[in-house]
Write a protein that binds this ligand. Structure first.
Ligand code: ZN
Length: 281
């Protein structure tokens, strides 16, 4: 694989945090106090706990933050940035990209990028689309706006790869694969996302969530063990949310996971942008 990790590093781990706060609730019109407070927990309690955890184990990570959340919490976003963590793009207000026209997605991408730049003095180079859903235009838009990587697709688990542009097809014909883009993919999966496993939700659809941390630790630690033993230069990307895994019993498990990983030699806890910069064409 054309990814070269720094000397002495065998595998990389990106414990990424999607700091949505209440953006997804607001997008759906769920603006009553309890919905707002549920998202607010991520800012009041979750993010400070995550920042402490990163400090304790001395690593930098990536926070994907909607532009709307950046503007709602400018001081907290600034703190995240000043601690050396990466601020990646995560839509304007957590929109579902396939619902947007090309023009609307383009407009909101630029709006969110300006919000991030106001805080960090630079445009983001990493993207995670809301709800793990890129549109057919997303990768082209990212490429046109100077991004280096995406972390929304599921075509691999521990090998990063280049996204395609221009796929098309129908049930009547075999799939037509488009051309390789410049955008590197740090692949994700629902099993490697805290939201479906932990978050109880009644509306708009039921998600039972509320697994115990030990069940989730089993999934996430086994994924890591498999990668460590079988994939050279593997990249383990986990998707976490401050309002979900910032809860006490869950953040304790995330810490146990970090300890489990650091028992092995050559494990690099890093940001998405660090991985993008390790790619050699
Ligand atoms: Zn999100």
């Amino acid at each position: 694989m054309p990814i070269i990790l720094p000397k002495g590093k065998k595998v990389a781990v990106v414990l990424s945090w999607d700091f949505d706060a209440m953006s997804a609730f607001v997008l759906r019109g769920e603006t009553t106090p309890t919905f707002i407070s549920r998202g607010e927990f991520g800012a009041r309690v979750g993010v400070p706990r995550v920042l402490n955890l990163c400090d304790k184990y001395n690593f930098k990570t990536t926070f994907f933050i909607p532009g709307w959340t950046v503007e709602t919490y400018p001081e907290l976003t600034k703190k995240i940035h000043e601690k050396g963590h990466e601020v990646g793009h995560h839509m304007w207000c957590h929109e579902n990209a396939p619902d947007l026209s090309y023009e609307k997605e383009h407009e909101l991408l630029e709006k969110a990028m300006e919000s991030i730049k106001k805080i960090t003095s630079k445009y983001p180079i990493g993207n995670r689309s809301g709800g793990f859903a890129c549109s057919n235009n997303t990768i082209k838009l990212l490429q046109d706006h100077g991004y280096l990587y995406d972390s929304t697709q599921m075509g691999d688990d521990f090998n990063v790869y280049k996204c395609r542009i221009g796929d098309h097809g129908s049930p009547n014909d075999p799939w037509h694969f488009g051309v390789e883009s410049k955008i590197l993919e740090l692949p994700v999966s629902w099993a490697m996302d805290d939201w479906p496993l932990f978050e109880y939700q009644r509306t708009p659809t039921l998600n039972p969530g509320l697994h115990t941390p030990s069940e989730v630790f089993e999934i996430w630690s086994k994924e890591f063990d498999y990668m460590y033993e079988n994939i050279s230069n593997g990249v383990y990307t986990l998707t976490l949310h401050p309002y979900v895994s910032g809860r006490a019993h869950r953040i304790m498990m995330v810490e146990s996971l970090i300890q489990h990983m650091l028992k092995r030699e050559g494990v690099w806890l890093c940001r998405g942008e660090d991985i993008a910069k390790c790619w050699k064409d």
